[in-house]
Write a protein that binds this ligand. Structure first.
Ligand code: ZN
Length: 429
């Protein structure tokens, strides 16, 4: 069955979102930019915040962003409905003294970030993007566009390549970006030039490598969408679309919808902008203070709140079906997934499953379940971390994809749009 024009438009908009978000810092800014465009007010964590009722706000902390819309009739004990996701993806991050090279080639010194499928990064034109901290105190976002490539060794020089390719994480992951002598060139100069600043003014940098190719719809009936960073920009984007569509006036009597897009999930979330850090609590404490809540009322509001933690999960792979549970096999294109794990790698429980079913029903979408094969260790995500951190009831969900942690992952066009629809139902519940 062909996907709807609305779902196709949603996928194209996601392609724009990913193109604007090569790093977590860019993603957090893009969340804020899109929401400011529809009337959200950007707040500064170092400043006093206005009274909350009736307002729509967004705050950026490093590579994370939190946004919320407060019903005009919100009180000190109004619940929050928090849609959680993450802005970072596995890949490579620039090392200090990154300008390296050998034999007439210029190369970039990079560190592996998280758990990428290393081979998937070969033979692609790659961008270098991130933030630069300058001598004058400014922090600017920079993006070189296509600049680097990790060229695979020709099969003539490695006849065993097709019987199992193993890349050394240090020796064989340093991309090329030009020809010349490293002593005379400066990779940071490329980043500086992309934003019109002087490389000599750079005092610090956080720069990652991202695929430069744009996301694309393809396959029979336009069922597929391939892109870098679907894990987890597909969820961040769904949250932005759903939150941006809400007007505070329409929220009367409901919860406070919150979008929490954390950084550093791929590393375990332990940072000031990660889900294990204080960012969400810092924001919620101030939101409830702005509604006149005392400590007890704030805890009452937390007790009534929900977190819908959204991250990608595994669709069944036709060539590796034995890697999945023999019965529960979610399929790309058949709806978002509810993630279940007996060992609390996912926070979903019976009460959460029932709540999810209700939100899906309101949204008019189908959903599937995900559970691991017992012989394959289960991944985890921000859900159990936020639940442990704040005690807020949490459900782990997401969309089924293939090629997780590849430089270019594969999702279902209809699932992407359905995730935004159920996020909207959750926000308005
Ligand atoms: Zn993820």
């Amino acid at each position: 069955m062909p996907v709807s024009p609305t779902a196709l438009a949603h996928a194209e908009d996601l392609a724009d979102f990913v193109a604007a978000s090569p790093s977590s810092y860019h993603a957090a800014e893009e969340v804020a930019r899109r929401l400011e465009e529809v009337g959200f007010v950007r707040l500064d964590e170092e400043q006093a915040w206005p009274a909350q009722a009736g307002g729509r706000f967004v705050v950026v902390r490093d590579g994370a962003a939190i946004a919320w819309a407060v019903p005009a009739d919100a009180s000190a004990t109004t619940a929050s409905h928090i849609f959680g996701a993450h802005t970072d993806s596995p890949g490579f991050k620039l090392k200090p003294k990154p300008t390296t090279g050998a034999r007439g080639w210029l190369q970039a010194g990079v560190e592996v970030y998280g758990g990428p499928l290393l081979n998937s990064w070969l033979d692609r034109e790659l961008r270098l993007a991130g933030r630069l901290a300058l001598a004058d105190g400014r922090v600017v976002l920079a993006d070189t566009g296509a600049l680097l490539r990790l060229p695979q060794l020709a099969i003539h020089l490695d006849r065993e390549a097709n019987s199992g390719l193993a890349l050394d994480k240090q020796l064989q992951t340093q991309p090329v970006w030009g020809l010349g002598e490293p002593s005379e060139e400066d990779l940071l100069g490329e980043l500086a030039a992309s934003v019109g600043v002087d490389a000599a003014d750079i005092r610090g940098f956080d720069a990652v490598v991202a695929d430069s190719a744009r996301g694309a719809v393809f396959g029979k009936d336009d069922a597929f969408f391939a892109s870098g960073r679907l894990d987890d920009l597909a969820s961040v984007h769904a949250g932005v679309v759903a939150l941006g569509a809400l007007a505070s006036s329409s929220l009367a009597g409901g919860a406070i919808p919150v979008l929490a897009a954390f950084d550093h999930e791929e590393l375990g979330s332990a940072s000031r902008s990660g889900a294990a850090g204080p960012f969400l609590e810092d924001v919620l404490v101030r939101v409830y203070a702005g509604l006149g809540a005392d400590a007890s009322e704030q805890r009452r509001a937390f007790a009534a709140s929900w977190c819908l933690s959204s991250d990608v999960g595994h669709s069944v792979h036709p060539n590796y079906a034995h890697k999945h549970d023999p019965v529960v096999q979610p399929l790309l294109g058949s709806g978002p997934i509810l993630k279940v794990n007996a060992n609390q790698r996912y926070a979903t429980d019976a009460v959460g499953a029932a709540a999810w079913a209700a939100w899906c029903e309101t949204a008019g979408i189908a959903s599937q379940e995900f559970v691991s094969n017992n012989g394959v260790p289960c991944g985890s995500t921000i859900g159990p971390i936020t639940a442990t951190r704040l005690g807020i009831r949490t459900v782990d969900v997401g969309i089924p994809i293939l090629s997780m942690h590849s430089a270019r992952e594969l999702a279902g066009v209809s699932d992407l749009h359905d995730l935004a629809r159920v996020a909207g139902a959750f926000f308005s519940a």
